[in-house]
Design a protein around this ligand. Sequence first.
Ligand code: AMP
Ligand code: MG
Length: 263
Amino acid sequence: MDFSRKLMVPPDKTIKLGKFDPADTLAHDNDQKTEAKLEKTIKRLDDLQYLLYAEKKRALLIVLQGMDAAGKDGTIRHVMSGVNPQGCSVTSFKVPNSEELAHDFLWRIHKVVPEKGMIGIFNRSHYEDVLVVRVHNLVPKEVWKARYDEINRFERNLEENDVKILKFFLHISREEQESRFRERLHDPCKKWKFSKADASERKHWDDYVSAYEAVLSRCGTEYAPWFIIPSDHKWFRNLAISRIIVETLEEFDMHFPKSPESS
Ligand code: AMP
Ligand code: MG
């Protein structure tokens, strides 16, 4: 099945998240067949990444966004588990430091865009500058409002320079977030992940939904598409994201370069 086509946000479409079921599985069951499919996909991803690395013609940039506990860390751990760390970089974007704040908001982002041959993963991204920044009024409205177009121009520039961008919105329900927070509080191995800020951010759920709808409606482009990934079921989230990455890499039609001596 073509996961990319099914889950991609059509450019210029106004998105209402209420219309997307976070528990959707596109008729898949959590059974052995699905598990085998995921395993096969992860193996295929490893082969394709090797080829991307060898060819060094393009980079792949994967952007992960979602509410707290949506599964950004878990996605990286599971989906990239088979990939050679040499060909992969992960960057987590936190509250900007003073040096970062002294520059334009894309400065810290552009610096860590993957080079050709590499897969770069962003755990949060430049989209925080129209999400948390918008929800908490961290800059005046006219400043964050201008950023949607700035982001589109930036991403187009990257695309024209052989960086393929895939953006995943990990869509979870409020109930699922609550149950994951509860798990974090009670599991000694997960407690470190829970911060008081998570609980207070939860109060802004509706504002975040509106901010995400604006992002998905305004920045879902043909050159840098957004995908809405139903993420209440972790196994489906992992399957969908890994399939979309594999489908994208397969479209590149990559070949191993000839050895330098033979050319
Ligand atoms: P975590 O992903 O749980 O480590 O948390 C990182 C925190 O940094 C989140 O609360 C983000 O909202 C915050 N953050 C990331 N980027 C920005 C930004 N550009 N401005 C303000 N806060 C940010
Ligand atoms: Mg957090």
